[in-house]
Design a protein around this ligand. Structure first.
Ligand code: BES
Ligand code: MN
Ligand code: ZN
Length: 495
């Protein structure tokens, strides 16, 4: 994918396979659409009453208009003008990108980012345009016997006023890195669990390290994990024949800075059957996505490396399987975490927190400025927030606000939920320092409260992506969330 700026003041003379112009409802044309309409003797207005209403997610193609060099002018519905915002813009770019992809068009120009919204900058909108094209280009065929090699959108230009072109360029550079990160995350997550094992993830991490000079990758195997006394993580791993891995990916800026590093920690359950507290069979295949947090750390580190951000950023992934076996955790077992806290395992299916708590303790050694963990942690989060927002929990208001800001900039929604002492009390155990489940109710909150016990020494946030990391049903597939928000957060902390 190549992205460029297009600042020709005469829109009608741009030579392209497909030129996108926006049309609002009620026959309101965007400035770009107005220019094309005038040059073509009203070719756009003539279709507004009949064929094209300007509804969001709709498009109409006009070919070979008089006085217009573009081969196709693609009208993109923007919805109501007074409701038009950054999200509606992202939807419009996605509509154009899917049209171009489906029509096998390899080169496009979009004018949509030039339409102002109150809640975005031209850089934000250029970034969104690049993300939309990246998303349209994602194609999974790794385990299909026939590869249909669909055509890709290879080149896209964003049209803007000449004075805005450097802001467009910044957005495109970031958007391309985010798109590559998202697509890497989607591929890792979509791969079947017999291929994408902890060992496979470790190999992918090493490949990343070979690709970029400023990425250093360390893979700890069972012996080394034992030496670190990660008794909680290891208790989950021992139920499976697949060996666990603990992966550390470190990005160092070219000129060392004295700012403390930012750390990401991903839950990497390459399959979660629940263990002895076995899950029901329906949709259990989707528990291959229980490494979605880990996959988002990989995608984010790829983007960070591509952008060569001027900040030390460390990605940690703790990866294993959660299976029932003769060596698996049993309800009632008490294990000792790396932090020394004992944990009573009341439900072996609440394994994510058992894996993460040791990774979060490990993160202390970096004296981090902030730690964000990302996990498909609770079904309760899907009940609470669905596939719209990821759950956000934090022990630090500044960090939570920074994450919300990045979320708003990238249309990658989050909603903050509480962690407080009343909820902490629900994790009481009679036989250990803490129980691995809380009752009754508030399953996402008590899971976050569990993690909070291990993160008291640094600013910390937890993103529960159980509802946002993948879509189920006929369009089953990974989304790549929350890579956009994570990359944006890291960019913002670096600027
Ligand atoms: N990986 C699951 C969470 C999950 C479930 C994500 C469904 C997406 C869809 C996690 O390990 C889990 O099983 N959590 C339990 C916790 C419970 C036993 C306290 C859950 O949510 O049911
Ligand atoms: Mn589970
Ligand atoms: Zn899980």
């Amino acid at each position: 994918m190549e992205f460029s700026t297009q600042t020709s003041t005469d829109l009608t003379q741009i030579n392209t396979e497909a030129l996108a112009v926006g049309v609002f409802k009620n026959q309101v044309l965007s400035p770009a659409a107005e220019l094309i309409d005038q040059a073509s003797q009203g070719a756009i207005r003539s279709v507004l009453e009949s064929e094209f209403k300007g509804d969001a997610k709709t498009s109409l193609v006009l070919r070979q208009l008089n006085g217009v060099a573009a081969k196709r002018v693609v009208l993109i519905g923007l919805g109501e003008q007074k409701k038009y915002n950054a999200k509606a813009h992202a939807t419009a770019e996605a509509t154009f990108a899917s049209y171009a992809k489906a029509a096998s068009i390899k080169e496009v120009v979009s004018t949509l980012a030039s339409i102002d919204t109150a809640d975005s900058s031209i850089s934000d909108r250029s970034r969104a345009a690049a993300q939309a094209i990246g998303a349209a280009n994602y194609h999974y065929d790794a385990t299909l016997s026939t590869k249909n090699n669909p055509s890709q959108i290879e080149r896209a230009a964003i049209w803007s006023a000449p004075t805005e072109s450097s802001a467009v360029e910044v957005g495109l550079l970031q958007g391309k890195a985010i798109a590559n990160g998202v697509n890497f995350t989607r591929l890792l997550a979509d791969l079947p669990p017999n291929i994408c094992t902890p060992t496979y993830l470790a190999q992918e991490a090493k490949k990343l390290g070979e690709q970029f000079d400023h990425l250093k990758v360390e893979v700890l195997e069972r012996k080394q994990i034992e030496a670190l006394k990660m008794g909680s993580f290891l208790s989950v791993a021992k139920g499976s024949d697949e060996p666990p891995v603990f992966i550390v990916i470190k990005h160092s800026p070219t000129t060392p800075s004295d700012e403390a590093p930012l750390v990401l920690v991903g839950k990497g359950l390459t399959f979660d059957a629940g263990g002895i507290s076995l899950k029901p069979a329906a949709n259990m295949d989707e528990m291959k996505y229980d490494m979605g947090g880990a996959a988002s750390v990989f995608g984010t580190m790829l983007a960070v490396a591509e952008l060569n951000l001027d900040r030390e950023i460390i990605g940690i992934v703790a990866s294993c399987e959660n299976l029932p076996s003769g060596r698996a955790n049993k309800p009632g077992d008490v294990v000792t975490s790396m932090a020394g806290k004992t944990i009573e395992i009341l439900n072996t299916d609440a394994e994510g927190r058992l894996v993460l708590c040791d990774a979060l303790t490990y993160a202390e050694r970096f004296n981090p400025a902030a730690v964000i963990n990302i996990a498909t942690l609770t079904g309760a989060c899907v009940v609470a927030l669905g596939d719209v927002n990821s759950g956000l929990f934090s022990n630090n208001d500044t960090l939570a606000e920074q994450i919300k800001e990045a979320s708003q900039q990238t249309n990658d929604g989050v909603w903050q939920l509480p962690i407080s002492d009343e909820y902490q009390a629900k994790l009481k155990s009679n036989f250990a320092d803490i129980a691995n489940i809380g009752s009754p109710g508030a399953g996402s909150v008590t899971a976050a409260c569990f993690l909070a016990r291990f993160t008291e020494s640094y600013p910390w946030a937890h993103l529960d992506i159980a509802g946002t990391a993948w879509s189920g049903g006929a369009n089953k597939g990974a989304t790549g969330r929350p890579v956009p928000l994570l990359v944006q957060y890291l960019i913002n902390q670096t600027a």
